[in-house]
Design a binder for this molecule. Sequence first.
Ligand code: TRP
Length: 361
Amino acid sequence: MHKIILTGDRPTGRLHLGHYVGSLKNRVNLQNSGEYDEIYLMIADAQALTDNFANPKKVRDNVLECAMFYLACGIDPDKTTILIQSEVPALTELTFYYMNLVTVARLLRNPTVKTEIKLRGFEESIPSGFLNYPVSQAADITAFGATTVPVGEDQLPMIEQTREIVHSFNRIYGETLIEPKELLPDEKLSRRLPGIDGNNKMSKSLGNCIYLDDSDEEITKKVMQMYTDPNHIKVEDPGKVEDNVVFTYLDVFCHDEDFPKYLPEYKNLNELKAHYQKGGLGDVKIKRFLASILCDVIRPIREKKLDLMNNLDYVYDIVKKGTEKANIKANETLKKVKTNMGINYFDDENFLKEVKDNKKN
Ligand code: TRP
């Protein structure tokens, strides 16, 4: 079977390390695995507007920004089609037809939507566009015939709803849509990187992010502020590595090769942890070590992005060409959908004939 990936992000701000370990790195690996026949990466500006409708500039300002982060992280436009959601009209049309297959009660039960309604203070009056965004996401996924949707855990309810819509559609109108499967990041740890303050989510609104274009100085400053073990006050005190953000990050980013380079007194992370737990190892030392490692991770991304910022015509062109290609694919699906729903009047030579025959009877 043809293997197709579709995934995307709302363009609402700079991308950070949480995005990198939770999705970007994984997407680049999937892209380079050679296992997929088609890969679509969508800048979900229309979805971003469902909770930023009053602030369109924020969305507009982040569309090419998002594309630059993709390219800077290793997305290759020859292998991955980057597209802008709102510039693919078939997605909106599909959404409208899928809405018939979903009840308001079902939308209100979606756990991610539920959390977001609280977070956005929408309890009193929920914009219907916002409530419907899982349906629009089902349109995104099915329009490209995606078999695989690489996402974080918070997106599982969207995939579940997409499968329900696919089932209903195929049952009522005949086999048309392809059922997608989610693909979660491999390592359990990488699914969610905590913020520098220890909050379990790195998020712009919490102000606890390390951005993928932060300078070495900014990275180092943020690492120095990281939450560690509040009871590890003096260097001699035994320290905890669990729930200690520095160690959580080291678990994700540190490799044995980093020790000879930056901390030759230790062979590996286990040795470092053991010393910290025993006492006698200060926070500043482990923070300096982590800062060096993170600077190495972010530096090439930041530099590539700077390059791209000086080549904006190139970035614009990639997104425009990608969107053109995406339109061809999504229009094929829309055509199938409309045909199977029997609303393809001008493409269907039988339509007029049927009406005439009916009239005769
Ligand atoms: N909801 C996703 C997010 O907030 C973005 C998104 C929109 C998406 N459409 C998608 C992700 C389709 C996967 C597939 O990050």
